[in-house]
Write a protein that binds this ligand. Structure first.
Ligand SMILES: *Cc1c(COP(=O)(O)O)cnc(C)c1O
Length: 428
């Protein structure tokens, strides 16, 4: 650690020297080779004619289903596409209410709107920042058809309690695991606790092909609906296809749209998946040390629900104690940390209903009726736990945890320095 007594954000020497941070995304061994294979094969899409071989999509899907411990995996073009198809495959549509956590990426809200349903924003647990089961149950009405839970920043939500609530009220539970590849609860991988689980393979995520996603489920009928929904109403049948024939068959069962993952992306994912556990283990080792160092500073690393048997880290998220840093606000603290570390530290997501990304009235497609627009306009009141959490919490991307102990000590030193200067930041 270097760095003097003046905050870097006001021109002092930063804690972090010239040493570069680990880069993300990172290509797994064999990535360039397998991409070349797809290029040469001439089959770049699952919609291309059958060439006598299994598609890369099928290979990835089989491996990922096995990894998650479910019967089926259907890759999709994005995590957003995965959520939209999972919602529709669960029968969610026009006018239905879907419970979503107030603190999440915009996709939690936009996908519900996207199937003409109404997102109902529900408060989060103060320690895990994930959907609060009691608040979710209290928000259930006669129009509720699903609960979409997010394992936020990889902290595992209380899926056991949420599953019991969903069952009790006869609504579907969908697990959004976009930020939690590899996390386990009660020794089972997340994604298998509800009717369906969804993943994103966006470039920031723990498993990535630049863009991409997947729906996982152990319900074969639901999987078949997801297949139709993401391939323009077509489905791969168990009957072997003749070489040169289309592998996707028009069944007439269910209309869809094109949300397919390309063969390049699927091929890349097969090799990236091979490194996921190892890279998660590096992040976990570094996070454990960081938990200890930040705990000594009376900061609060984000908790996970008891029963989590394998923690992973998409973002490393830290709550600040009451005092000058909370007065200074998360943006000022994040900017000060960013200047010390030369690595982006950010506030967490604002409550979705207050996010500038949430504005249904800005799109004609949601103007179905005055009544619909009013229903999708948000809770009409602040959700207190979410709002308080947002005021005291900052977060860093997992790339910062892919290095070594020196990186971790730099992160802790930056927090320590900013804490010392808390009053100064609060007065700015
Ligand atoms: C990234 C993300 C999504 C959407 O995934 P895309 O691949 O970006 O479409 C959905 N939910 C959460 C919680 C995410 O973090």
């Amino acid at each position: 650690m270097t760095g003097g007594s003046v905050l870097a954000v006001v021109g002092g020497a930063p804690v972090r020297g010239d040493r570069p941070w680990p880069r993300w995304p990172r290509a797994a061994a064999g990535a360039a080779h397998i991409l070349g294979e797809v290029l040469e094969s001439g089959r770049w899409s699952i919609a291309s004619p059958y060439d006598g071989r299994q598609t890369y999509e099928q290979r990835f899907a089989a491996r990922f289903a096995e990894y998650v411990g479910v019967r089926r995996c259907i890759p999709t073009a994005s995590g957003t596409a995965a959520l939209m198809t999972a919602l529709e495959a669960c029968g969610i549509g026009a006018g239905d209410e879907v419970i979503v956590p107030a603190v999440s990426w915009i996709a939690s809200a936009s996908t519900v709107l996207g199937v003409n349903a109404v997102p109902v924003f529900v408060d989060v647990d103060p320690d895990t920042l994930c959907l609060d089961p009691a608040a979710a149950e209290a928000a259930i009405t006669g129009a509720t058809r699903a609960i979409v839970v997010v394992h936020l920043y990889s902290a595992v939500a209380d899926v056991e309690a949420l599953r019991a609530i969903a069952n009790r009220h006869g609504v579907a539970l969908i697990e959004d695991c976009a930020q939690a590849h590899g996390a386990r609860f009660q020794d089972r991988h997340v994604g298998g606790f509800g009717a369906a689980g969804t993943f994103s393979m966006h470039h920031t995520k723990l498993l990535t092909s630049g863009e991409g996603g997947a729906v996982v489920t152990s319900d074969d009928a639901l999987a078949r609906r997801v297949e139709h929904l993401r391939a323009d109403g077509r489905c791969r049948l168990a009957v072997p296809t003749a070489v040169g024939a289309a592998e996707l068959v028009e069944t007439g069962e269910l209309m869809g749209s094109n949300r397919c993952l390309s063969e390049f992306q699927s091929a890349l994912l097969t090799v990236q998946l091979g490194e996921l556990d190892e890279w998660n283990a590096i992040r976990r080792r570094n996070a454990l040390l960081l938990n200890k160092l930040l705990g000594e500073l009376d900061l609060f690393p984000q908790a996970t629900t008891p029963g989590t048997t394998q923690r992973v880290y998409f973002n490393y998220t830290v709550g600040m104690p009451p005092g000058p840093l909370v007065t200074a606000g998360p943006l000022a603290v994040a900017d000060a940390l960013t200047a010390e570390l030369r690595f982006a530290v950010r506030p967490i997501y604002p409550p979705l209903y207050a996010s500038q990304l949430y504005d249904p009235a800005s799109r004609r497609r949601f103007a179905i009726s005055e009544d619909h627009l009013a229903r999708v306009s948000g809770p009409g009141r602040a959700l207190p736990v979410a709002e308080a959490a947002v005021r005291r919490t900052v977060s860093l991307h997992h790339a910062a945890l892919l290095g070594d102990e020196e990186d971790v000590r730099d992160i802790a030193a930056a927090f320590a320095k900013v804490l010392v200067h808390g009053a100064e930041l609060a007065a700015r």
